[in-house]
Ligand binder design. Structure first.
Ligand code: PNS
Length: 160
């Protein structure tokens, strides 16, 4: 069975993430979406909320699973016998850091990283921009699924 992982913070999941995961799901038998706990990023959504939002987004994909992992991505891969990490590349600005991580992960454990070019429609899209625009009342309805939009509105209303 060909397995791959799509890792990220997903705070929250966007249409850009979903584009990459669903394209990976056409290439691999099993895709693991790993919600990684990134200690350097302050979250808006709890880890459990992020998982629930991704699961709802991908409920029609039988070969996609979603789970949380605290630790190194290479350990996640090792524990599940996953040989490949799939990431989206939005622009050249992503490349430096992604290359560093890909080389570090390969050096640590031999896991390969494969990049899928982001759909140009989403080349500017990030969870952090979605959070910021939504927090100031901007329209992000074309950038996230409807249930994520509802969750964002509820969260931002509560935090206001
Ligand atoms: O969505 P993000 O925040 O850009 O994703 C970054 C992520 C979570 C994929 C990266 O920070 C990661 O792999 N974190 C897990 C910890 C780890 O393995 N760090 C070493 C990376 S070389």
């Amino acid at each position: 069975m060909r397995r791959a992982v799509c890792p990220g913070s997903f705070d929250p999941v966007t249409n850009g993430h979903l584009d990459i995961v669903t394209r990976a799901a056409r290439l691999y038998d099993q895709v693991h979406v790993a919600v990684m706990v990134n200690k350097s990023k302050q979250g808006l959504f709890t880890i459990e909320e992020r998982v629930a939002l991704i699961e709802e987004s991908l409920q029609d994909y039988d070969n996609v699973t979603v789970e949380v992992f605290h630790g190194l991505l290479v350990d996640y891969c090792k524990q599940r016998d996953i040989p490949a990490i799939v990431k989206g590349l939005r622009a050249v600005s992503d490349f430096d850091y992604e290359l560093q991580m890909a080389q570090m992960n390969n050096g640590l454990s031999g896991v390969e990283t494969l990049f899928i070019p982001t759909n140009p429609v989403y080349s500017f899209l990030s969870s952090s921009l979605v959070r910021e625009v939504a927090a100031w009342g901007g329209d992000v309805s074309h950038l996230v699924p409807e249930h994520v939009l509802r969750a964002l509105s509820a969260k931002l209303r509560r935090d206001a």
